[in-house]
Write a protein that binds this ligand. Structure first.
Ligand code: SF4
Length: 291
């Protein structure tokens, strides 16, 4: 079963009377020729790796350039002190997104979702919710299948890597996956998942990939935060009944088209945007000197 559009998933749901996550699970079983238990066991391993990465984060490590590290800890402490304007859950989402993305920059073990650079977005929305609402393991797996299905469709119809389509493709896809997962956790419909995905991608459309010195550090770590917070707001909007005026598959295609036409300077080459600022260039020169 090839899930090459959101429409295809919606049709499968309708025809067979299945929830979104079950359509994706069956596609995985068919695609990899595995049993239901084998598919779910692999997904559980993925979840466990996210949990382990979060549990072992201390905030003491620094990245190769020294530009990244410790911000997840600062945000967590600020959140614990009750000072965050964004409130309990969202401030925890911000702290988790920073911690996980820093972990990638500091060479710790993470789960690419869909890429390493965007690894903080999906766990950032799920881990705090899991703790706050005591979600069952099955509920988490359902959310992860929904996220995977969304990622699969975007990878097929458009692109998911900064080098291919800019940060809108990388953080944008992670944000769409996270938004869909949240809607699924809250029992939203397939249509609501579609609206959440469409809104997340629309909000980040055109975002360039401009990593300083070509390192996945600046602005990448903080862009994981915007991907996660965007996911929360779009999931809430979709669950409230807000709809995207442009259908989700058309939004995905538009994002792919913007990515294809994006100048090469803004597709992970570190030749434009923040990478080309005087400070960005100075970091590059320093890194070059260090060998
Ligand atoms: S700026 Fe580029 S490398 Fe950094 S997170 Fe975005 S897509 Fe990834």
């Amino acid at each position: 079963m090839v899930l090459d559009s959101m429409k295809e998933i919606f049709e499968q749901m309708e025809t067979h009377g299945l929830p979104f996550w079950e359509v994706v699970l069956r596609a995985d079983m068919e695609d990899r020729q595995v049993t239901r238990n084998q598919s779910m066991a692999k997904m559980l391993t993925t979840w466990q790796a996210m949990v382990d990465a979060a549990d072992t984060y201390t905030g003491t490590r620094r990245s190769v350039s020294g530009l990244v590290g410790g911000d997840g800890l600062k945000m967590r402490q600020y959140s614990i002190r009750g000072q965050a304007m964004s409130g309990g859950y969202v401030s925890e989402v911000i702290a988790e997104a920073l911690s996980m993305a820093e972990s990638n920059a500091c060479m710790r073990r993470i789960v690419a979702a869909p890429t390493a650079g965007a690894c903080g977005v999906l766990p950032a929305v799920l881990l705090p919710l899991c703790k706050r609402e005591n979600l069952t393991q099955h509920k988490i797996l359902e959310a992860l299948y929904v996220a995977s299905g969304i990622g699969m469709v975007i990878a097929t119809k458009a692109c998911i890597a900064g080098a291919a389509g800019g940060c809108q493709a990388e953080i944008g896809t992670a944000s769409a996956m996270a938004a869909g997962a949240l809607v699924a956790v809250r029992g939203g419909s397939g249509a609501q998942i579609g609206h959440a995905v469409a809104m997340t991608l629309k909000n980040l459309m055109g975002l360039v990939c401009d990593p300083v010195a070509g390192l996945v550090e600046v602005p990448c770590v903080k862009r994981n935060v915007i991907g996660a917070v965007n996911a929360v707001s779009c999931a809430d909007m979709a669950l409230a009944g807000v709809e995207s005026r442009i259908p989700v598959d058309e939004v995905i295609e538009a994002m792919g088209e913007v990515g294809m036409r994006m100048p090469v300077e803004f597709r992970e080459t570190a030749l434009g945007g923040l990478a080309a600022t005087p400070t960005g260039m100075a970091v590059k020169a320093r890194m070059h000197k260090q060998g």
